[in-house]
Write a protein that binds this ligand. Structure first.
Ligand code: AMP
Length: 209
């Protein structure tokens, strides 16, 4: 099963992907995670990507397309994958097409900007595992009570200024993909402001799991 999770930053794509991969028997591929790993390693790709990422801009298509194509060739992708955060532009979607990757469904996470800003401000990443938590009083999932807060990292691009820019970038460059995939008949809208278990149920129903 090969799926695309589409939607604005903070819609819950990564959190939901982490929660459904086991049940669906697929892996999560987050180009954001791959790029952050490249930055942490200090590779040439990481050095080139960092400035774009910190300001909330998109990393150039050619870099991300090569990265994604290499990743989906790995053995663990044999049973399928969820693309979380790719494609983010029409040229990226076309590259996926040209690579002959058969996508079964595109799940479009629909959520209002105010909720996105609230969610992203509370988002934290567990340094050791990459697991996503939310420290807002109403945030889910909450970090375990015994977790030392110093183990949790706030992403540079989850600061207010970068969030605002990421929403503009999303509207300009990524939102056109909704029409693109609607035209293919693959798009399913999911209401992403619901409680997390309801979102997961909707996603599973949409993919027939
Ligand atoms: P994410 O973790 O998906 O929010 O991605 C974090 C950042 O990585 C984005 O704001 C972009 O700078 C970059 N990025 C991730 N995926 C892509 C992509 N498909 N195309 C271009 N840039 C990307």
């Amino acid at each position: 099963m090969k799926l695309i999770f589409l939607g604005p930053p903070g819609a819950g794509k990564g959190t939901i992907a982490q929660r459904v991969t086991d049940d669906l028997g697929v892996v999560q591929i987050s180009t954001g995670d791959l790029l952050r790993a490249a930055v942490a390693e200090g590779s040439d790709l990481g050095k080139e990507a960092k400035g774009y990422m910190d300001s909330g801009e998109l990393v150039p298509d050619t870099l991300v397309i090569d990265l994604l194509k290499a990743r989906i060739l790995k053995d663990d992708c044999a049973n399928g994958f969820i693309l979380d955060g790719f494609p983010r532009t029409i040229p990226q979607a076309e590259a996926l097409n040209q690579a002959g990757v058969p996508i079964e469904k595109v799940i479009n996470f629909v959520v209002a900007d105010e909720l996105i800003i609230h969610r992203l401000s509370g988002r934290r990443i567990h340094k050791a595992t990459g697991k996503i938590y939310n420290v807002n009083p109403d945030g889910v999932p909450q970090p375990p009570a015994d977790m030392d807060p110093s183990e949790l990292l706030q992403r540079d691009d989850d600061q207010a200024e970068a969030i605002a820019n990421r929403l503009v970038v999303y509207a300009d460059q990524t939102e056109p993909l909704i029409g693109y995939y609607k035209a293919t008949g693959l798009l399913v809208d999911i209401e992403a402001s619901q409680q997390i278990d309801l979102i997961i149920a909707d996603v599973k129903q949409a993919v027939g799991a």
